[in-house]
Design a protein around this ligand. Structure first.
Ligand code: SF4
Length: 241
């Protein structure tokens, strides 16, 4: 079990290594609060490049938020080609727009950014159909300039394999708080961007490519996988007579 200082060290050292592997990873763009909430829904378990392409396609496919709100889930999903989890994300977007409209008769959430971090996060979390912990943390990081690290399933998978997160994740908010403790605010966006790239390009769910992972030297799972592959290759080698 890695001690807290080791975990912090591992995370700190991982960022320049990942930056080298994934140079030019997108930084934050300025969006309205509602745009950012919808973007966060698209971005969960997807790279920023995938989410940006999906967001642009979505916005071009409908005249305005209201047209989107009254569309079918299938129509929204069709406007998100190639995006992981498009159907479920479409359902959340329609539900979110409906909730916002019923409460405000408009689609302007910008006032929430002025409420302070805690209050803003609390208000966002009320839109339960579309907003989850990932979305709250994402919007806190991007629109409210707060210290929050959005954790989606692929990012959690990498952190578990690295031994930074241990055991089952019963309380996502508490898990997030522990990671936020290790990552300084100034590195929050960088961490968020680089770890999803690693999770989706190399540390994939079923076939992690540990051989080409820049973190393999410090990853207990990677070391295990590589040792097993080496042993398997040795066992498969025909014995010389
Ligand atoms: S070494 Fe393997 S298991 Fe560890 S983070 Fe890299 S790809 Fe994932």
């Amino acid at each position: 079990m890695a001690a807290a200082t080791n975990k912090q060290q591992l995370l700190t050292q991982s960022l320049p290594l990942l930056q080298k592997k994934f140079p030019g990873t997108a930084g934050p763009e300025k969006r309205t609060v509602l745009d950012e909430v919808v973007f966060a829904v698209l971005r969960e378990a997807a790279t920023t490049a995938q989410a940006e392409a999906a967001f642009t396609h979505l916005m071009r496919s409908f005249y305005d938020w209201n047209e989107m709100r009254v569309s079918t889930i299938q129509e929204i999903a069709d406007a998100l080609p190639g995006l992981p989890g498009a159907g479920e994300k479409a359902r959340r977007i329609v539900g979110l727009l409906q909730e916002v409209f019923e409460e405000r008769y408009s689609f302007d959430l910008n006032d929430i950014a002025k409420k302070g971090l805690k209050q803003g996060a609390k208000q966002l979390a009320r839109y339960k159909a579309g907003v989850n912990d990932f979305v709250v943390a994402w919007v806190t990081q991007r629109s409210f300039a707060g210290h929050a690290i959005p954790l989606d399933a692929p990012t959690i998978r990498v952190l578990q394999r690295l031994g930074i997160l241990e055991g089952d994740i019963d309380d996502l908010e508490a898990t997030r708080a522990s990671i936020e403790h290790f990552i300084p605010k100034a590195k929050g966006v960088e961490f968020t961007e680089l770890y999803i790239e690693l999770a989706l390009a190399i540390c994939t769910e079923t076939h992690p490519d540990c051989q080409h992972c820049p973190l393999k030297a410090d990853c207990p799972t990677g070391q295990e996988i590589l040792a097993k592959a080496k042993a398997d290759a040795k066992a498969a080698k025909p014995k010389s007579r």
